[in-house]
Design a protein. Sequence first.
Lengths: 271, 268
Amino acid sequence: MITTTNRLTRATWAISRLHARRTLTARVDMISNVLFGLLIAYALAFLWQALYSSNVVNSEVTVEQMITYAVLGSVATTVLQTNTVFWADWRIRSGDVIFDVLRPINWQLTLFGDYFGTVLAQFVAVGIPIVLLSALFLDFLAPASVLAGLLFIPSLFLGVVISFSIVFLILLLAFRFTQVGGIESAMRGFRPILTGALVPLWFFPDWLETSFCALPFPDIAFTPLAIYVGEIEGSDIWFAVLRQLGWVVALSALGAWLAHRGMRKLSVQGG
Amino acid sequence: MKRSIALQLAYIKIGFKSAIQYRVNFIGGVIGLLLHSLLAAVGGIVLIDRFGGVVGWELGQIMFMFGLTRIQSGFIYSVFRGVVRWEGQVREGWVDRYLVRPRGILAQASGADFDIAGLGPIIAGVGLIIYGVVLSPPDLTWWLVPWLLIVMVSGTMIQLAIVMVIGSSAFYNVRMGSATNAAERSQWQMNLFPASAYSTVVQTLVTIGLPWAFMAFYPAHLVYGVASDELFGEPVLYLAPVAGLAAFLIGAWSWRRGIRSYQGMGGV
């Protein structure tokens, strides 16, 4: 059992490294993502400054926390965008997915390796430069506490896994409906709002915040970012991370079950 | 020109027929992008309503401006989708085929990848404009409708120009598809709030570098009779058509340069 887990982990990591390298070869993509990510981070930071300076914001959150949140939100929006759905959707449509599922590694894990490798490369090549360049000229804060700093990265990782799980569920629709690129395009628009990366959920009316929190989306970006800036603190941090873990388990299991069903459908259209 | 338009319309017809074959993707695409625009607007509405406006602009006025930009994005998304996805077309060798056909490459590239999902932002944009007008009625003048039509065309040209400049780099780089997405993402996020809310540097950038402020922000001053207390003074409020044309010329120049240096993809 341990040997199998080790083998799968190594294989997934190898796929991740491969896709990370592939992502890093697209230098124009990386540079333009840094530039546009910086533009959004700066624009939002100044927007919050303008709102705070005109005394219209009635919140316990300080302007420095909001600037930090805006920068990290811009990073999350930029880094989590991949072409995994478009690429895999095309493989399902063309039938090439058969070569993926025949490999001695689970198809879901293969795609996770692809997604994680791309996100990791974008985090290193795009996310970190945005944070460093923002920290030079804006009031970017360090993590709110030692615990926040320690749990921010695991929380971010769980956010990536939840994000992938949702991407995977969208992709599985391709077994039934053949083409799902339009749905993914729409999701790209939803994410900045639903995940709380553009506007923190504490600014939403209670009913809307509660509705959003009943979905997995806020646990992709809002939870790690709120932990970082100290809006989720103390024992609530553990609770938030546990909730993320719960979403990971539930969505991954649902994905695995639906993928199993999808494969049966695939064998019908296979010939 | 007439033939190019006829070709474009024929492509749209084929694209529409093709799109409705995949019904879920068709409906999901249109509704999805409609919801995308509306949900983005909801995020803005919640924030702006909570703060009672942004730097002197009321909620209705901001939604009116955002609605305008969504309609322009809808046209780019559907009619000029092939230019947005230009990187893929270059990589797959489609340009080789376009070059030997007796029609303009831009018209062929645009029509080859028509996407009906662009109707979503257009419908959302119309809805947001109506919402904005109800909340903050503009000054009703005889030139209002012609002015909005001009703004619509020039804003679409600005977006198209940016997409063309980014797309033309596909002739020199193997992969740059997410650059276009990054530009589109930044455009809608920044247009959700008035440009005057940003710093001087950012406002200068969205006026001169990436002229997104001409898509709705400056033209809306005239619609609402708002005096310019902005960075660039009164004349800039009238310059949307000039900005659109200038941006398009730069885009076309960059596009032509790219095509001239194109070497072919061989037997891809």
